[in-house]
Design a protein around this ligand. Structure first.
Ligand code: DX5
Ligand code: ZN
Length: 216
């Protein structure tokens, strides 16, 4: 499978959001990545349902929603109603992960699990067959524009082995500090989906950067 690109709108110009969405529609990107932060799970607050619904109104590609919130199971239906196609919850934020994964799937969405940089991929051994996607954080979540953590490559390789040996269909997504310099190595290591915020929206030429990231 060719790798997918998911631009993170956190780094978009919110004063021109409609224009940014239309650019991504026209680009070779595959998904819209939306970062939802509650100021409790992470030390930052981003945006909520009215903004997601607005993005959904104009976006012509799937919405990949990354929840950085405590008790995400309380809001699964609300994210579905706002337009989420893929809903990912943090391993560190959920007590009953199996129940939450199936609650997401029962709403007709793809279910993802996110791991913080310190969380061992082998903790997913008993859930890997049930999830559609694993999102590996390659920075500590909360902010765009941070430095990529190199240990992520080893985690991708370990996760890939776990997925293959378990006969799982889960995609591997990488998020944080992804740019044109490391994108090729991440794909080589086994990443299926690359999230990028700053590297795309602050690049000066959004369409060309996405094209280049798609071709690595
Ligand atoms: C960080 C978010 C990321 C962020 C990535 O908590 O999960 O999606 O927007 O931004 P960059 O690509 O700038 O590191
Ligand atoms: Zn994210």
């Amino acid at each position: 499978m060719n790798h997918l690109i998911a631009p993170s709108l956190l780094s978009a110009d919110f004063g021109n959001l409609k224009h940014e969405i239309e650019l991504i529609n026209r680009s070779s990107a595959d998904w819209f990545h939306l970062d939802i932060m509650d100021g409790v799970f992470v030390p930052n607050i981003s945006f909520g349902f009215p903004v997601i619904s607005y993005i959904n109104k104009y976006a012509e590609k799937p919405l990949d929603v990354h929840l950085m919130i405590v008790q995400p199971e309380r809001y699964i239906k609300d994210f579905k109603n706002a337009g989420a196609d893929i809903l990912s919850v943090h391993y560190e934020a959920v007590t009953h992960l199996h129940r939450t994964v199936y609650a997401i799937k029962n709403e007709g969405m793809k279910a993802g699990v996110v791991l913080n940089p310190h969380t061992n991929v082998m903790l997913l051994e008993d859930i890997i067959k049930d999830v559609d996607l694993v999102l590996l954080m390659s920075v500590n979540p909360g902010f765009g524009g941070q430095k990529f953590i190199e240990n992520t490559y080893v985690k991708i390789e370990k996760l890939k082995e776990l997925i293959i040996s378990s006969n799982s269909k889960a995609l591997i997504e990488v998020d944080g500090g992804v740019n044109l310099e490391n994108a090729g190595n991440l794909v080589k290591a086994g990443a299926d989906v690359l999230v990028a915020g700053n590297a795309i929206f602050k690049s000066g030429d959004i369409l060309q950067t996405i094209d280049e990231m798609k071709k690595v």
